[in-house]
Design a binder for this molecule. Structure first.
Ligand SMILES: C[S@@+](CC[C@H](N)C(=O)[O-])C[C@H]1O[C@@H](n2cnc3c(N)ncnc32)[C@H](O)[C@@H]1O
Length: 217
């Protein structure tokens, strides 16, 4: 492992805005059901950034809508370290990061604890549909912790993931709230859709068109 990655992984659990678990016990209880009351100590709607990478959306959204609490989730700790340290430097007390597999969401959040979620530039997994974060298997995980009628936002460069997600929305009879096939051409200046992530910048440099969907779970 490169030295910088090793150092970040070692530092990550020590950052005061980041939760990393090897196991749950009395000294390190699961955060489930305690996010607002103990972790944020502020009773606000909870928004997840799923597959957050360097966590740019949690930071950007927290700056735009400070009246919500944000949790960025990813399994890659060295990327998360970047967002976590930036959020600390910016003094954002309504942003936390949680290193975990999204597949284990219900171990970390209680029923109806989550109000909204963003999925930004998650991998389209061209050959493995079951790994796509809008696969019905993942929607089941989201339903376990999100309030009924909560909105999920998807931003992607991938035509495959965009079309696939629209198909799943139809199949699962979900309410499509927004569908924008070309974000940067048609919604310039939209504050939330203008937040750029590491992967989005790479896709834009390659001339890719960015798409956006919002639907209710
Ligand atoms: C293409 S990157 C996008 C990162 C970031 N959202 C961005 O736009 O820069 C996809 C991220 O999804 C994470 N990921 C994929 N499947 C996951 C899962 N089941 N649980 C947790 N993280 C996952 C990967 O670790 C990776 O950081």
């Amino acid at each position: 492992m490169p030295k910088i990655k090793e150092e970040r992984m070692e530092e990550l659990p020590k950052l005061e805005n980041t939760l990393v678990y090897t196991e749950f016990d009395d000294d390190n209880p699961a955060p489930k059901g305690r996010w607002n009351s103990e972790i944020f100590d502020k009773d606000l709607p909870i928004v997840l950034e799923l597959a957050c990478g360097k966590g740019e959306y949690s930071i950007g959204l927290a700056e735009i809508e400070p009246e919500k609490n944000y949790v960025g989730l990813d399994i890659k700790g060295n990327r998360m370290w970047v967002g976590a340290t930036e959020a600390l430097e910016k003094g954002l007390d309504n942003v936390r990061y949680l290193r975990c597999f999204i597949d284990h969401l219900d171990q970390f959040f209680g029923e109806d604890e989550v109000d909204e979620a963003w999925i930004v530039f998650s991998d389209p997994y061209l050959k493995k549909e079951r790994k796509r974060l809008t696969h019905p298997k993942f929607l089941k995980h989201y339903r376990k912790v999100m309030k009924p009628g909560s909105v999920i936002h998807l931003k992607t460069d991938s035509d495959v993931l965009y079309e696939y997600t629209k198909e799943i929305i139809k199949q699962e009879q979900l309410e499509l709230v927004d569908d924008e096939p070309n974000v940067h051409q048609n919604r310039p200046g939209d504050p939330k859709l203008s937040i750029l992530t590491y992967y989005e910048q790479m896709h834009l440099e390659k001339g890719k068109t960015i798409k956006y969907l919002a639907f209710k779970i």
